[in-house]
Structures are given as C-alpha cells and as structure tokens.
Design a protein around this ligand. Structure first.
Ligand code: BG6
Length: 481
C-alpha cells in the first residue's frame, strides 16, 4: 500500500455538493478507518471568506443530523483534519497560499518522502479549465519526488459533443488521462457494481443474455420531485443530459457489453466504448419528451422553456448480440415514485401448452434504488388442487438477505477508488465522446424547437405516449410486484 501523507483538497468547499456529498463521504471513509489522521489532511478552498472553524461548523451542522451518538467523537476528530483557504478560481495568489498549506502539512507529516494530492472539483464545469491551470501551475508536488496528483471532476462534462471535446482537450493538455477521474456516481452504486459479477460469474445468464432470448430491456429512472431549487441549472441541461446521457447510458454499457479480457479498468472500459459506438442514431419516432406542468413557474426557468423534464427513447445496439432488441431508456422528474431499475424482459415460451400468456413473461428486475433488490418473475403452478398457473418471484432483496451489511454511498466508494488509483468506475475520455455522439443531434434539435416535449401532470407516470412507445417496442406489463 502507498504510504505518506495524503492531502485532499475540496474546491468549492462552501457549496452544496461539497456539503451534501463530498464531506459526508470523506467522513464515512474516516469513520471506517480508510483515512488515517496521521496521514490525511483535508483542505477546503472557495471564494467565500471563512475561517477554519466556520467551515468545520458548516460541515458539522450537516453531518450531525444523521450521526449516531457513538460517532460524535469521531466527528470532532474528523473536523480537526479540515483547514480552509479562500481564494478565487483563477487567482494565482489563492492557489499559492493553498500550495503553501499543503506543503506545510506534507513537511510536518511526511516521513516517507512521498506526497499524494487529490483535488476534488465540487464546482461548476465553467471553472474547470482555469482551476486545473492553477493547480498545474502552483500546486504540483514538485518538492517531493514521489507520489501523485489526481483531479476529480463531476458532470456536466460539456453540453454537447463539441463543448465536451473542448473541455477534454483543455484538461488533457494539463493532465494525463490516468490523473483525471470523471465521476458518474451511478457507477458507485452497489447494484451497478454488481452487474459484471451477475453477468459473467453466473452460468445461468451466459447463454440467455442475447437477442435470441431477450425481447426488450428497460432502464428506468424516476423521481417524485421536480427541479426544486436547481431550476436554473436544469433548464440549461434537461433530463437527457442530467440523467440519460450519463447515468442510464453507463448502466446500459454494463448490461450490454461483451465480457472484458480481465477486470483491469482499461479492459472494462474498452468494452463499454464498443457498446456506445454500436448504438445507432436515434430515430425520432421512438422518442417521447415531456415537461411537467408548472415547471416554468420556477422564476429561474424561462417562461417558454422547451427543456424536457421527462424522456423515453429507444436505443438500438447494432451488433451480433443485440440487433433487434430495443433498449427502452426512460427518465423523469416529478413523477409518481422514486425508483431506478433495469428490467430485462424475456421472450414468450414457444409452443405454450399452458395458455399462460396472460400471466406474463419471465422478467428479471434489478432495482438499483430504493431498497436494492434483484428478482426474477417466473410462472409457477398455482399451489392447490387446480392445474393453473400464476406468476411469482424469486426474490433477492438486499435489506432482508444482507441485513448486517450497510451498503456504502456511491461517493464514498468512488473517492476511495481515486485514492487507490482505480479508474474502473470512472468515465474515460473516449467513452465520454461516444456518449455525446449518440445524443448531440437530438439535443440540438430540441434546442432548435424541432422536437418538443408534451405536458404531463406532476405526480403522474409521465406522458401516456411514453407507455405506448414502450408497448410498441415490445414491453409487456407483467403481474406481481
Ligand atoms: C444527479 C442529477 O446527477 O443525479 C440529479 O443531477 C438527480 O438531477 C440525481 O436527482 C439522482 O441521483 P440519485 O443517486 O439520487 O439517484
């Protein structure tokens, strides 16, 4: 294992993402012993003028809400590790003083002659280029010969293919790909990480996972709240960029990819890129966009906004395994429930002697959240004297089966991966490009008003047209769960 001191720098430390995701994840890692106080220092950086204690109080205020009494002492030990430096995102002076703080910490704690510096950009992407330039100019660990510098960035990585490529080029000039960690937090979710194991460690699925047996696959994200407080951001991006182009597409890759040569991050990402490159251009007859009624009441949203808050579309993968199998991608805000799941629907049994079609098909459901679960819908004989059939489930609900395990938060896992230098669950530059290639024409046409969202009622299933589209693609509503 690597030794020596570790400096974690949270840029945008006074913001919402840092408060709600980054610091809680760091705290959880600390609590579980993955960050050691004799090695680690955490530096918050932002424009706001704050003292160390001001920042600590903010973080404490948020973390204390869910904290168990036995964690309170650990929380105060954690807060002691945090320092704050204020400065602008293009200010040489600011980054020089940040560097000074980091170097002092390294001198004080570094008995092994190495330095590890992790920069977490909890910032809007518009400042990524300038911040990265500042880090590169003023905060590299030159005095210490060994160690590393890594940069963690969050979506949105651009708005379309051209802007994403520009951003990639700007960052690429400053840092090498192994130093750049593009977070898609869906890749940190337990059941997303389980997908490769499920597919490639179970003989059961190997022969079935293809166009001969699978009729259609749905990848669905629903939220039961609207854009609350994020209207300004959201209106510029919309549901396709916010959810489908990244989170759901990453899930699609893991569901559809071929077996990688090994579990090495490059081998896995090579296979994901191939899936993305095999996705055919989107057919607009297979797209339904929606916007919930009341969306434009938000003062930060433009009154005549064309931005979709809901989308269903069929993606088609042109390769030997998947030709003809529709991937029904669905995402929406302000719907009737909060859920993310993958539904793999198998074909009907040929030559059915039970006349049981109305009972539905075999369907394998992987529920990413809430309440992680996998269940398989099967047709069984209805228990009793009659010879009739019903649909039932083989159910692996994590809450029941793994009661003693606390499933880690996505961010916790992903930050630990960055410290360990494992890029498997991060998006590679060519993956990002291929993902934007799929959606850019549609996104431009939405912006030009050529494709328009239909209204839907908040708290509903979304526009009925979306259910019709899924049904047309072959999805059959099954019974049971
Ligand atoms: C974020 C989106 O990336 O993911 C949000 O910007 C969305 O709009 C969130 O609410 C959903 O994440 P999760 O982990 O709650 O499903």
């Amino acid at each position: 294992t690597e030794m020596g001191c570790l400096s974690i720098v949270v840029l945008g430390a006074s913001g919402d993402l840092a408060k709600k995701k980054t610091f809680p994840a760091l705290f959880n890692l600390f609590r579980q012993g993955f960050l050691q106080s004799n090695e680690v220092h955490i530096f918050g950086y932002a424009r706001t003028k704050l003292s160390d204690d001001d920042l600590r109080e903010r973080i404490r205020g948020y973390l204390i809400k869910g904290a168990l009494p036995e964690n309170l002492e650990i929380l105060s030990d954690f807060l002691k590790l945090i320092k704050y430096v204020s400065g602008g995102y293009d200010s040489a002076e600011g980054f020089l003083s940040l560097n000074k703080e980091i170097s002092e910490h390294e001198l004080a704690k570094n008995s092994y002659g190495s330095s590890r510096r992790l920069f977490y950009l909890a910032l809007p992407p518009s400042v990524y280029p300038s911040v990265c330039k500042m880090i590169k100019s003023y905060c590299m660990n030159q005095a210490v010969p060994t160690g590393w510098t890594r940069i963690v960035v969050e979506k949105p990585f651009g708005k379309d293919l051209a802007s994403a490529e520009e951003l990639s080029a700007q960052l690429g000039e400053l840092f090498d790909e192994p130093q750049l960690y593009r977070i898609d937090h869906y890749l940190g979710k337990e059941l997303v990480q389980n997908l490769l194991v499920l597919r490639f460690a179970n003989r059961l699925f190997l022969p079935l996972w293809n166009r001969d047996n699978i009729d259609n696959i749905q990848i669905v994200f629903r939220e039961d709240f609207g854009t609350e407080g994020r209207g300004g951001y959201f209106d510029e991006y919309g549901i396709i960029r916010d959810i489908i182009q990244n989170h759901l597409l990453q899930v699609l890759c893991l569901v559809a990819m071929e077996k990688p040569v090994s579990l090495r991050p490059e081998h896995i990402r090579d296979e994901k890129v191939k899936v993305l490159q095999s996705v055919l251009p989107i057919n607009y007859d297979e797209v339904v966009l929606g916007q919930y009624e009341g969306y434009t009441d938000d003062p930060t949203v433009s009154k005549d906004s064309n931005t979709p808050t809901f989308a269903t579309m069929i993606l088609r993968i042109h390769n030997e395994r998947w030709e003809g199998v529709p991937f029904i991608m669905k995402a929406g805000k302000a719907l009737n429930s909060r859920k993310a799941e993958i539904r793999v629907q198998f074909k009907d049994v040929p030559g059915d002697i039970f006349k049981c079609k109305k009972q539905g098909r075999n369907e394998f459901v992987i529920r990413l959240q809430p309440k992680e679960a996998m269940y398989m819908k099967l047709t069984v004989k209805k228990p009793g004297l009659d010879m009739s059939t019903i649909q039932s489930e083989l159910d692996l609900s994590y809450g029941q089966r793994y009661q003693e395990v606390q499933i880690p938060e996505a961010y916790e896992r992903l930050i630990l991966d960055t410290i360990r230098g494992d890029q498997q669950h991060f998006v590679r530059r060519d993956e990002l490009r291929a993902a934007w290639e799929i959606f850019t024409p549609l996104l431009h046409d939405i912006e030009d008003g050529k494709v328009k969202p239909v209204p839907y009622k908040p708290g509903s299933r979304g526009p009925p047209e979306a259910d019709e589209l899924a049904a047309k693609a072959g999805y059959v509503q099954t019974h049971g769960y």
